[in-house]
Design a protein around this ligand. Structure first.
Ligand SMILES: [Zn+2]
Length: 362
């Protein structure tokens, strides 16, 4: 009997070791809540009609010799377009700075738990950095922290035509969203009656009351293909979960069901973008001048970007030159781009200048 139990435990351990976790994003530190003053401004934020524009830079890893590319460009762009469509109703759009391939066997096989710092050398300043790895053991994706400016996805996740949301889900964490079934701050009760002693939707779970309480017991296995909750459990007050947010991008369950963010999630993300020191740098101004102040800008090495949501003016006058030379890779992206006198592009071998119209913030 003992032997059987040991064997059973060993098999269980095997399953545990091989279990694929949807999302590796960890919640650390206190809950990020908004003050009353911020809540008031949130109402104004909800009313905005022009979109918040987030710069996105995508790095697709391959092995040192260029083989085992983590995902094809077509698959990357399909997932990016899915994300664009998911955020559009929340008045958040994306400026796609670039999609590049980096050959590194080390980074193409990436352990998100122990090798996070390896990404530092590949982060492009001012952007939400999306890294795609051929192997990301145990995970579909992770945003590492909430909020954050970089995330990792497995190549299989990006390649899958039935996975429509992992890119948008991890970006949601980067923009300040928790899982709808989060328990780090306490388990959320079902009631939405603020007079009820169990009422806690603003302080427990994902801190949002317009996402229904989500059963955290088995978030992967309690939704059927009709997007109906079948867990049959109750919250801490004994109230049955009946209306769990099975269609929300920040839950687990059936992939085909997860298509929406709520207005509360949209408002929270936009509030994070204008209040979080982490996120402010990745949100583009409407009109951008480079140089922004008097004096020349010269780039000779490294990868970087200048971008505005609507208009980008390169070089304001002949004394404030904008020069790209040497091995510098420079991405200039906006709805409209004006190259004025004093713009000088002279890339050497390995250097590049990309001037691209962004179609995702129209
Ligand atoms: Zn997640």
């Amino acid at each position: 009997m003992k032997k059987i139990i040991i064997t059973f435990l060993a098999v269980m351990g095997l399953f545990a070791a091989n279990a694929q976790v949807e999302c590796g994003t960890k919640v650390t530190g206190p809950p990020i809540r908004f003050s009353t003053k911020q809540q008031d401004s949130l109402k104004a934020i909800l009313a905005v009609t022009t979109p918040y524009a987030v710069r996105v830079h995508i790095t697709v890893f391959a092995d040192d010799n260029g083989t085992n590319v983590a995902a094809t460009n077509a698959n990357v762009m399909r997932q990016f377009n899915n994300m664009v469509n998911q955020y559009q109703p929340q008045n958040i759009c994306f400026i796609l700075i670039d999609v590049r391939q980096v050959n590194s066997t080390d980074l193409n096989n990436h352990d998100a738990d122990t090798e996070e710092a390896d990404l530092n050398a590949y982060k492009i300043a001012g952007c939400l950095n999306i890294f795609i790895h051929n192997s990301l053991p145990g995970l579909n994706g992770t945003a590492y922290a909430i909020p954050n400016t970089y995330l990792s996805l497995s190549g299989a996740t990006v390649t899958s035509t039935t996975n429509l949301t992992t890119m948008g889900h991890e970006a949601g964490h980067c923009f300040g969203l928790y899982h709808t079934f989060e328990t780090a701050f306490g388990r959320e009760s079902v009631t939405r009656n603020s007079a009820n002693s169990c009422y806690d939707c603003g302080v427990d779970g994902d801190l949002l009351c317009d996402t229904a309480a989500d059963d955290p017991t088995d978030p992967n296995g309690q939704v059927n293909s009709s997007c109906t909750y079948i867990g049959g459990r109750t919250d801490e007050c004994g109230v049955a979960y009946t209306n769990t947010p099975t269609t929300n991008i920040m839950t687990y369950g059936d992939r085909a069901c997860r298509t929406i963010f709520t207005a509360g999630q949209g408002g929270r993300m936009r509030s994070m973008m204008i209040t979080s020191a982490t996120l402010i740098p990745i949100v583009a101004d409407n009109v951008v001048f480079a140089p922004a102040t008097n004096g020349p800008l010269t780039y000779t090495t490294g990868v970087g970007q200048d971008s505005g949501r609507d208009e980008l003016y390169i070089s304001n006058n002949t004394t404030d030159n904008y020069t790209v030379s040497g091995t510098a890779v420079r991405n200039l992206v906006s709805k409209k781009i004006y190259l004025k006198p004093g713009t000088r592009f002279a890339p050497a071998a390995g250097g590049q200048v990309h001037v691209k119209v962004n179609p995702y913030c129209n």
